[in-house]
Design a protein around this ligand. Structure first.
Ligand SMILES: *Cc1c(COP(=O)(O)O)cnc(C)c1O
Length: 398
């Protein structure tokens, strides 16, 4: 049985049939086997935060690879304890659980929320509210919470304990909160949904509602975290502190790792045996995670992300001004930027790819720019020049 797949691969067809393949990567560049160069402003979807083949990450990986890779959580892991402590020292959190992906970090957060009220004997408080147009990953609970029909059809049974309200609709949120509501989950900057930062006053109102109704507030910073927006986590610029936070993507610089962060009170019911992950926090992943933080926590790193973000943003805004029939507006924070289009975003992305620039599609007919956090200004200029050239070749512009 080797004829099942239209493109002759044994892989399931859930990713479609991509044809472009890369052989090597360096910094913000990717190269195909025939040496064709691409400027990578997708970075494995906000994962390779320090670019491809970063020498410091390679060193950390090599060193750990020659020591010990994996022992399981039956034994103490000092690299994980160190990474956890640094996340605690630099955020609201007191406790960290490590896993291997964003969806698992989200899932852990949902479990912590339910367990918190369970431990207090308030078992009726078990429902979680999310915002429409969110993305929280692809596990059953993650898709049930975001409730995007494209992701849920054929998978989710009932409402699985989740409610949804429209982004920005505070009145709807108020009426959706019941005595059964245990948590509210949101992305401080929506990623897949189209790079939409949550307005500060709306976020503050949600925090106030949580406090008033004894509801836990969880931020999904799987995409917006780890320096992406110009601070270690986006919430640190938004004036609102969560009770729990999910992190992943950039945290390992390309090595799979996720983390669920929580305050001490919220994490207290996660007693021995309550949750676990075989791979979670293993020495290899956490050694690289520590090397990522060595860079991100160094002097001026975030300042440079902010400067690069301003540079890219103002360039994109110029392009919007020059091509108002094709482009609509720029959104986002730091180096998590969206470009909303009037023209078909997927077609523009394909043209950019042919011209040597990789970006990611997002909801709302938009492009997502997620370059390496250490992207050079000259590389940003080059990306802008590619976009400019591609746009100027659009038929409706000539
Ligand atoms: C990517 C993403 C996830 C899921 O992460 P995976 O590692 O793919 O499981 C969850 N939430 C947000 C906001 C994301 O961007």
């Amino acid at each position: 049985m080797n004829s099942a797949s239209p493109h002759g691969s044994a892989l399931m067809d859930n990713y479609g049939s991509p044809t472009l393949e890369f052989e090597t990567g360096r910094g913000s560049e990717l190269f195909t086997a025939d040496g064709t160069r691409y400027l990578d402003f997708a970075m494995g979807i906000a994962v390779n935060c320090l670019g491809h083949s970063n020498p410091k990450l390679i060193d950390a990986l090599n060193q750990q690879a020659q020591t010990v890779w994996h022992t399981s959580n039956l034994y103490r892991i000092k690299q994980a304890e160190k990474l956890g402590q640094r996340l605690v020292d630099n955020t609201f959190a007191d406790k960290v659980f490590f896993c291997n992906s964003g969806a698992e970090a989200v899932e852990a957060g949902y479990k912590v929320i339910r367990r918190y009220f369970f431990a207090r004997g308030e078992i009726h408080k078990n429902r979680i509210i999310s915002l429409r147009n969110s993305f929280h990953g692809r596990t059953l609970s993650a898709i049930a919470s975001a409730f995007n029909p494209v992701h849920c059809d054929g998978f989710v049974v009932g409402d699985a304990g989740f409610d949804q309200v429209d982004f920005g609709d505070l009145a709807a949120l108020k009426t959706t909160i019941t005595e059964n509501t245990a948590g509210i989950v949101l992305e401080p900057v929506q990623g897949e949904g189209g790079i939409r930062p949550v307005p500060k006053d709306y976020l503050a109102s949600i925090r106030a509602l949580c406090d008033e109704h004894d509801i836990l507030l969880m931020f999904d910073e799987v995409q917006s975290g780890v320096g992406r927006t110009g601070s270690l986590f986006a919430y640190q610029q938004l004036g609102v502190t969560p009770d729990l936070l999910a992190s992943a993507k950039g945290l390992g610089g390309g090595i799979p790792i996720g983390a669920c962060l929580a305050t001490a009170i919220v994490a207290a019911p996660m007693t021995a045996g309550s949750h676990g992950s075989t791979f979670g926090g293993n020495p290899l992943a956490t050694a690289v995670g520590n090397a990522v933080l060595d860079e991100l926590l160094s002097d001026d790193f975030m300042l440079n992300v902010q400067h690069a973000g301003f540079h890219l943003r103002s360039g994109l805004e110029d392009l919007v001004a020059q091509h108002p029939t094709l482009l609509s507006q720029v959104s986002g924070l730091g180096l998590m930027l969206g470009l909303r289009c009037h023209t078909d975003a997927a077609a523009l992305i394909a043209r950019l790819q042919s011209a040597g620039l990789l970006v990611v599609k997002a909801g709302g007919n938009s492009l997502r720019f997620l370059p390496a956090l250490n992207v050079k200004h000259s590389e940003i200029d080059e990306a802008l020049a590619i976009i400019e050239r591609v746009l100027s070749e659009y038929p409706e512009q000539t």
